[in-house]
Ligand binder design. Sequence first.
Ligand code: KG4
Ligand code: ZN
Length: 340
Amino acid sequence: MLGIETSCDETAASIVAADRTILSSIVLSQTPLHAAYGGVVPEIAARAHLEHCDGLVRRSLDDAGLRMRDLDAVAATVGPGLIGGLIVGAMTGKAIALARRIPFLAINHLEGHALSARLDPGVEFPYLLLLVSGGHCQLLMVRGVGRYLRLGTTIDDAAGEAFDKTAKLLDLGYPGGPALERCARAGDARRFDLPRPLHGRAGCDFSFSGLKTAVRLLVERLGEGRSAKDTADVAAAFQLAVADVIEDRTRHALILAQDHGHAPSALVVAGGVAANQAIRLRLARLAATHGLSLKAPPLALCTDNAAMIAWAGLERLARGLTDQLDAAARPRWPLDPEAG
Ligand code: KG4
Ligand code: ZN
């Protein structure tokens, strides 16, 4: 299965075999193109995808030691995401499927993240998924392929977005998550007391805008004379607050899932923020107290990549869930249609 991912600021192509072997996986980050703007510029992203997508497909074949005619099917992300990039990836995938007369699979990017943990053969349905990325922050019961129940979501910013904005406030650069985690290692997380929005409240929704504002006010208070130690202490306090909130909300979701009669077999974390070691540690502890194991994809599969898209394609193909070549790119596409 060839997988193609172009929904945001990574152009990626990968080939995955039905036995879960990743034969190749290439991710071309556009970070340097967007860095000067402090965020992804859709028009720049679309043009960069257009420039690189076919070359990456070629390289993914070369890396796998395969020819175009060896492909059995093609999966491309068609949503949710930035429409320009989605169209580039979808059209590339469709063109190959049409030319080679092989099945095409129109993949939901979130489903890619949701199923990526199953590249490890030990992960069985149903499981509780915490999806924490730059654009999404959700708790979902994954009951099967295409069967998702959303238990909670963010009412404002996504967790990764909060990391990115806080890193920007602290002049740590873009993308902020990894930079902030590095900076926080040297910090004292207890020096500053930051709010933990929705902590302890019923349900399992998230909110991060209050935390972001608190960090902004704190940084303003520290002013021009802010030292490297001050910055590390703010970063550590922020990361601890996010970890506290994520652990609390996920605990509520585990209880809620059990109340709904969906006893999860594991706690799975996916999305870019799942690369954060401090957050992983807290989730592993939480899972253990519920008698579950924490399953997290390897770091390279947490952030955006095409192996997860190829894998979602294989899961769907195995169930006969192929798509027509008129499948449209969809900027908005919730995994749980009931949750809108
Ligand atoms: O899944 P992803 O690659 O793209 C989206 O679909 O959004 O996630 C990217 C997000 C960014 O907000 C980035 O700052 C965050 O994940 N991230 C991290 C870490 N690595 C990436 N956040 C916290 N700690 C990290 N180590
Ligand atoms: Zn993503």
